[in-house]
Unconditional design. Structure first.
Length: 130
């Protein structure tokens, strides 16, 4: 289906199209960081459990060293990945909402000749380059 309405129409649409971008990516980055850290913690605990036979304090120090090093090394890349994933998903959601709004406008235009006339005039103006 061809696009009938310009994107300026959607900038005046309700706040449904505007969503917080940074909040979603930070939450996703935190969840990814927690998942990766928990996996590393399990592996490090198993390695230390086999290695530190009775040296519990040394094992705990080594375990938390691994945890904090992983947090320092993995936080920036996971934040970047989650921000890109969030922007990709938000772009898809925005396109779906614009498509839905355009379909609603088309349905209204089918039943109201005034709206259809306006759309026809807009298409003609667009073709003529005005």
């Amino acid at each position: 289906m061809t696009t009938i309405l310009s994107s300026s129409y959607f900038s005046s649409a309700p706040a449904v199209l505007s969503a917080p971008k940074a909040e979603g990516s930070r939450t996703l980055a935190g969840m990814l960081l927690a998942a990766v850290l928990s996996a590393l913690l399990v592996v490090a605990d198993q390695v230390i459990d086999m290695w530190a036979d009775g040296h519990l304090l040394v094992g705990w120090v080594a375990l938390w060293t691994v945890v904090f090093a992983a947090m320092a090394l993995l936080a920036p890349p996971l934040r970047k990945v989650s921000a890109e994933a969030s922007s990709l998903i938000m772009g898809w959601v925005r396109a779906a909402q614009e498509r839905r709004l355009e379909e609603e406008m088309w349905e209204h235009a089918k039943h109201d000749h005034r709206i259809m006339d306006e759309l026809r005039h807009a298409v003609m103006r667009n073709r003529n380059g005005v």
